[in-house]
Design a protein around this ligand. Structure first.
Ligand SMILES: Nc1ncnc2c1ncn2[C@@H]1O[C@H](COP(=O)(O)OP(=O)(O)OP(=O)(O)O)[C@@H](O)[C@H]1O
Ligand SMILES: O=P(O)(O)OC[C@H]1O[C@H](OP(=O)(O)OP(=O)(O)O)[C@H](O)[C@@H]1O
Length: 236
């Protein structure tokens, strides 16, 4: 049997939880002899190969169909390509890496609590300030979908942000932001608040596979991960 490839985060906040979760269902990843190697084996298995990639690379490789399965954040997959809902199967939610992709504005905007309020601000922005309303984000696809398709807000400009997004309003680079938050402390430290209907996506780490022709060893792992999650959090 050809080995199936399962991609896992090679670094960052998702790596250790992903390794621990797999160990818990009997998939023990053998660290590569050379720590710079991006391939690893699984104890006692020659039908499975581990590819260590960064969380965002995993989303890209899944989209390109170059790996059989991958563990990464749902936010990265939804942002990574437009038709991820049909092109990939969310085979298991994994119960770690929880974070929300949210719309946030300065706390000082007392009259702005909802997306509808923000739509009004954006509509009158050019007349008042001589330029379009600006949103700093690295999630331009999720932002466009939320603003344009779901809330009918068209008058805005996305400012590509590659880091320190929460600092953009105070730095005068943007008026609002779309970013990921878990504890909320970065938003608070930058005097930003989340709109009441501003949660675009509740993300967590997930196992994604292709929707069809899933190798049996991957289908087995997905089943065991789902069962482990059910046991960890039984339905109330
Ligand atoms: N507080 C948080 N902030 C950011 N991401 C979080 C947080 N909590 C969970 N995540 C999840 O972790 C993912 C980022 O993972 P990680 O830290 O490994 O990325 P990274 O090292 O920046 O990866 P890459 O180099 O691929 O961008 C997010 O996309 C999200 O799914
Ligand atoms: O709600 P909180 O718990 O404050 O977490 C949110 C922050 O964490 C992440 O940044 P991080 O500092 O990890 O840097 P990164 O963007 O390089 O991952 C993310 O981009 C937010 O800025």
């Amino acid at each position: 049997m050809n080995p199936a490839t399962l991609a896992m985060p090679s670094k960052g906040r998702l790596r250790d939880d992903a390794l621990a979760l797999l160990a818990g269902i009997g998939i023990t990843v053998i660290p590569p002899a050379d720590s710079r190697s991006y391939r690893a084996r699984v104890e006692g298995r020659d039908d499975l190969e581990i590819a260590f990639l960064s969380a965002s690379e995993i989303a890209r490789e899944l989209g390109a169909g170059r790996i059989d399965a991958g563990i990464t954040g749902e936010d990265l997959v939804r942002e990574g390509f437009a038709d991820s809902e049909t092109r990939l199967d969310l085979a298991a939610r994994l119960g770690f890496g929880q974070a929300d992709v949210v719309v946030a504005v300065p706390e000082a905007w007392f009259d702005v609590e909802t997306m509808a309020d923000l739509g009004e601000v954006a509509a009158g922005f050019r007349a008042r300030h001589g330029r379009r309303f600006r949103i700093a984000t690295k999630y331009w696809r999720l932002t466009q979908r939320h603003f344009s398709q779901e809330h009918g807000i068209q008058l805005y400009r996305i400012i590509e942000s590659l880091g320190a997004t929460e600092g953009a309003p105070a730095a005068g680079q943007a008026d609002a932001i779309v970013d990921i938050t878990s504890t909320g402390s970065t938003l608070r430290a930058n005097q930003l608040k989340v709109l009441t209907d501003g949660v675009i996506l509740r993300s967590e780490a997930c196992l994604f596979t292709a929707p069809e022709n899933v190798p049996p060893q991957i289908a087995d792992i997905a089943g065991r991960l789902r069962a482990a999650q059910k046991k960890a959090a039984p339905p109330s």
